[in-house]
Ligand binder design. Structure first.
Ligand code: BG6
Length: 501
């Protein structure tokens, strides 16, 4: 059921950037088309350059045209465009935030509840909050003020804590919305519902029945034009630190006492804090990294395309060496009674043979073993591109002999006519509703960095050459060094089981 949204103004910093053009503006437009924006809602885009309102509105039109190739409703467009305003905030102008305050004070144009979306460079988060505060734009005495901080929240534990210290001089925790767009994905939200809104899963969701869990994000894409960012970041910080650890938390957490933001986040915090830090002196048995080499990947329509290796891409930018990983796999254990002894394999890679994000759960061997060919049960919660729940069970092959084969029961989550909501759309709505359940609490961010920092450090210090895998291939064989037992192997998308690659 739609929640009530107060009249409000969304102040969008970094409005001309890529995220805004590709996701935020089209997302807000779709929310408007779906009737989810309140009548009294304005969008104030803030940018460095002087741009007239008309020119900005024309630019928004070009963003929508690029996104909605089949056109859009004229009446919705007129309504949406009328909500949009622009404010120039040149970095050289010491008075810029006071001028913004003057513009915003026109209550006929701008509803006075203010949500700030900071889609800017991470180094700008703290200064913007400080300047908003200096101009009195965070004062909640009459209306609410919320600040959404894009990722990454820090680049390690100390920098995350420094950012936290600096913004909490001006903001209460309840005003801060730390985003991880994975939490806005419907299939990710479904993990919790699958577990707790059904009776059949909970009794088997533990170390008595589960052999291991794999949380996988594989992409066909390479690092693209983000070489500089990526080379300073790496797969571990880019994907594992938040997106995949959050997925793990939803798979493994205990049932929250209710669905309030505080209760959900309290359980996720507990879980994240009970993941055992990797023993740094045994890192090579628990973590594996690699970089893609040149190869051939599958693009649209099943066609192949030759692509360059990661180091070649860096060389074009004049970078001659790098140990930054584009493939990262970890083995994690959770120190609580439910999960004692169950390995959680978390992996992410660019330039793989397929793009797929999934949670794959393998169950222990069945009590009756008919022969060596019998497969163990798998349950897959596929996140993207297909959202589905798939269960593999052994079943008798009809006929005179006693033999089994694997049946795959595949439940597509998405059915014809279902809303297709982009993760940013649901998160933007939550921001305006004041619902922070799908945003990160600072304790989650800290627990995540606490786990990742020692591995980043150990890998950065190890200058031996990094393993290479051919673009377009499956996981490098060598990554299996982290498996707990010889019969474990990487699962891929939703192909039928078979205990083999
Ligand atoms: C981003 C990472 O946070 O998530 C990218 O910076 C990655 O490197 C992206 O490609 C993946 O998001 P999604 O929603 O496409 O799975």
């Amino acid at each position: 059921m739609a929640k009530k949204i107060d009249p409000c103004t969304l102040v969008l910093f970094g409005a001309s950037g890529n995220l805004s053009r590709v996701k935020l503006m089209p997302g807000l437009f779709r929310l408007d088309a779906a009737g989810r924006l309140p009548d009294h809602m304005a969008i104030l885009s803030v940018g460095r350059g002087e741009v007239s309102r008309e020119a900005w509105q024309a630019d928004i039109k070009s963003m929508l045209d690029a996104k909605f190739k089949n056109g859009y409703d004229k009446a919705v467009f007129d309504r949406f465009i009328a909500r949009n305003h622009y404010h120039a905030n040149p970095p050289t102008d010491p008075n810029a935030f006071n001028k913004m305050k003057t513009s915003l004070s026109d209550a006929n144009v701008f509803p006075q509840n203010l949500a700030y979306f900071l889609s800017v460079r991470p180094t700008d988060f703290a200064p913007i909050v400080e300047q908003l505060s200096g101009a009195g734009l965070l004062d909640e005495s009459k209306y609410w003020r919320r600040v959404l901080i894009e990722k990454p929240f820090g680049t390690n534990l100390p920098s995350a804590q420094a950012l936290q210290t600096s913004i909490t001089k001006h903001l209460k925790e309840s005003q801060i919305y730390r985003i991880d767009h994975y939490l806005g994905k419907s299939a990710l939200q479904n993990i919790m519902l699958t577990r707790f809104a059904n009776t059949m899963f909970e009794p088997i969701w533990n170390n008595q029945y589960i052999d291991h869990v794999q949380i996988t994000n594989n992409e066909i894409l390479g690092v693209g034009d983000r070489t500089e960012f990526y080379n300073n970041t790496g797969a571990l910080r880019d994907m594992v630190q938040s997106h995949l650890l959050q997925t793990l938390a939803l798979v493994a957490m205990e049932k929250p006492k209710d669905l309030s933001p505080d209760s959900i986040r309290a359980e996720k915090i507990k879980l994240l804090e009970s993941i055992r830090p990797l023993p740094v002196n045994e890192i090579h048995k628990n973590a594996f990294r690699a970089q893609y080499a040149a190869g051939r990947v599958c693009v649209a329509d099943g066609h192949g395309e030759n692509v360059a290796g990661y180091l070649d891409e860096l060389a074009r930018d004049g970078v001659t060496e790098s140990v930054t990983e584009t493939y990262a796999a970890l083995k994690l254990f959770i120190d609580n009674p439910r999960w004692k002894g169950v390995p959680f394999y978390v992996r992410t890679a660019k330039r793989m043979h397929e793009g797929n994000t999934a949670v794959s759960i393998r169950f222990k061997k069945a009590p009756m073993q008919l022969n060596n060919e019998q497969h163990q049960n798998w349950l897959t919660l596929n996140i993207q591109p297909r959202e589905c729940i798939k269960m593999e069970i052994e079943s008798k092959i009809p006929g005179l002999d006693i033999a089994t084969r694997t049946l795959s029961i595949d439940g597509p989550q998405r059915q014809q006519g279902d809303e297709s909501i982009d993760s940013y759309e649901s998160l933007l709505l939550n921001l305006m509703e004041g619902d922070s359940s799908l945003y990160l609490h600072i304790s989650e961010v800290e627990a995540q960095w606490r786990l990742i920092d020692p591995i980043v450090k150990a890998w950065a210090e190890d200058k031996s050459s990094v393993h290479q895998y051919r673009a377009g291939n499956r996981d490098p064989e060598e990554s299996s060094v982290i498996f707990d037992s010889k019969d474990q192997f990487w699962r891929y998308s939703i192909e039928l089981g078979g205990d083999k690659h």
